[in-house]
Design a binder for this molecule. Structure first.
Ligand SMILES: Nc1ncnc2c1ncn2[C@@H]1O[C@H](COP(=O)(O)OP(=O)(O)OP(=O)(O)O)[C@@H](O)[C@H]1O
Ligand SMILES: [Mg+2]
Length: 222
């Protein structure tokens, strides 16, 4: 799915103070493209991902996903858009601690009403992709950081979204494990044609992405 962000503005108001997190940002991502985004703390990276993922709404501007402006969606349409089209991967792995790896991966499919047989089949495919069959009965605290992040990626992929948004997915990982996770994102883009936006401080993303952009002060500068 293509993503076209036009003149995006997001102002946060808390009490009397105002923060302009995005100040007219433009971005054009082609279907199947892998775009890395860098930039200093507070420049608006998470804000941008939240808008594109339909987790939050901009103050002004538009976000066309496959030509449809999601900023005009009703609350219900936005929920549906997220569930069908967006897989979100966070810095902290965001797994349910009481569920095993396999059960965590199955959860989004349960919520989407997928049949038992289809869920089991999909869990098998996803365990292949993240290469973690032998740990599927482990709970998150029985997995390494890298393994937890791979499970979190499988959770994001469960309902087969076309868009993957990742917010510092290697921030909590050591160098080697971080590299493996970035490699996995690369594979998802190339083999499965996912459109990906990856926010990271990790320079090693550059050869794995189609483009690396820098945000400064709520605008893309290069
Ligand atoms: N809910 C909020 N209410 C008020 N201000 C906010 C809120 N969320 C973010 N901000 C402010 O908006 C600006 C952009 O924040 P954002 O989280 O997008 O930055 P970031 O680039 O993701 O930073 P980091 O690299 O530290 O994660 C910051 O100045 C931040 O303080
Ligand atoms: Mg952030």
């Amino acid at each position: 799915m293509s993503i076209v962000v036009k003149d995006l503005i997001r102002v946060y108001r808390t009490g009397k103070s105002e923060v302009i997190a995005l100040r007219g940002l433009n971005l054009d991502v082609k279907a199947g493209e892998i775009v890395a985004i860098m930039g200093p703390s507070g420049c608006g990276k998470t804000t941008l991902l939240n808008m594109i993922g339909g987790l939050d709404r901009p103050t002004a501007g538009s976000i066309l996903v496959d030509g449809k402006d999601i900023t005009q969606f009703s609350e219900n349409e936005l929920v549906e858009f997220r569930r069908r089209n967006v897989g979100y991967v966070f810095q902290f792995f965001n797994l349910v601690p009481t569920l095993t790896a396999e059960e965590n991966i199955e959860l989004p499919m349960q919520l989407a009403g997928t049949s038992h047989a289809k869920r089991k089949e999909r869990v098998g495919e996803l365990l292949d992709i993240i290469d973690l069959h032998e740990r599927k009965h482990h709970k998150p605290d029985e997995l390494s950081g890298g393994e937890q992040q791979r499970v979190a990626i499988a959770v994001a992929l469960a309902n087969d979204p076309e868009i993957i948004l990742a917010d510092e997915p290697t921030g909590e990982l050591d160098t080697k494990t971080g590299k493996e996770v970035l490699q996995l994102f690369h594979t998802l883009g190339r083999e499965f044609g996912k459109t990906e936006i990856i926010v990271t401080h990790d320079q090693r993303i550059s050869p794995l992405a189609d483009r690396t952009l820098t945000i400064e002060d709520g605008l893309i500068i290069k």
